[in-house]
Design a protein. Structure first.
Length: 210
């Protein structure tokens, strides 16, 4: 019987420990796979406007609401009379760029593409004005938030958001009304005095978002 020497036993023990260490490095459950690209959330937020919506404005102010509603709302009040509004500022107009850092109200005013004024040149106060613009939705909603801080009453309606202010005229015993409406990338402004138009905004929306 061959008895191994103490040195051989020590060498064998070292080899066994090394094998066990290697076995520990290669055995066990594999590390979890890296997440695929599809599981990583995008840093870009989803668009808040309705995808694919393209809203075209009428070319003429006489077409912004249905014929029957037009007669009921405006009657025979002159539209864009030369004594009230210059020809280049009536119906379809060309937007103008705003300088960087301009207030939202200025940006929206400069973005107007359709300008309509119903007013008799001889009238002291009675009128109704509508403007429409394509704009950045978040900028327009930010403007509505400003209006909410100026005593406007704001609400979600007609698929968008609307802010309205009604106040007495300072000179005449009539009311003035101001409405701003945002839906998708469209901004609509309605200003009026001594003019009954309770369904005008809903009629406008019915034409723009057919």
């Amino acid at each position: 019987m061959i008895v191994p020497s103490a040195r051989a036993v020590a060498t064998f023990a070292v080899l066994m420990l090394g094998a066990a260490a290697l076995s520990g490095c290669t055995g066990g459950s594999p590390p979890p796979p890296a997440p695929s690209v599809s599981t990583v959330p995008s840093a870009t937020p989803s668009p808040s406007t309705t995808p694919g919506v393209v809203v075209d404005f009428p070319r003429k102010c006489a077409s912004i609401i249905p014929d029957a509603a037009y007669t009921a709302t405006f009657g025979d009040t002159p539209l864009n009379d030369p004594g009230v509004v210059d020809a280049e500022d009536a119906d379809t107009v060309t937007p103008t760029p705003s300088p960087p850092g301009s207030p939202a109200g200025t940006v929206l005013a400069n973005a107007v593409e359709l300008h309509c004024v119903w007013r008799d040149p001889g009238a002291d106060i009675t009128y109704l004005e509508v403007t429409m613009a394509h704009t950045d939705r978040m900028l327009a909603l930010g403007y509505l938030a400003e209006l909410a801080g100026k005593n406007y009453s704001c609400t979600d309606t007609l698929g968008g958001r609307s802010c309205t202010l009604v106040k007495p005229n300072e000179q005449y015993p009539v009311d003035e009304g101001y409405t701003s409406f945002v839906r998708d990338n469209v901004y609509v402004s309605i200003s009026e005095a001594n003019f009954a138009s309770p369904k005008l905004l809903s009629d406008l929306v019915a034409v723009l978002w057919k």
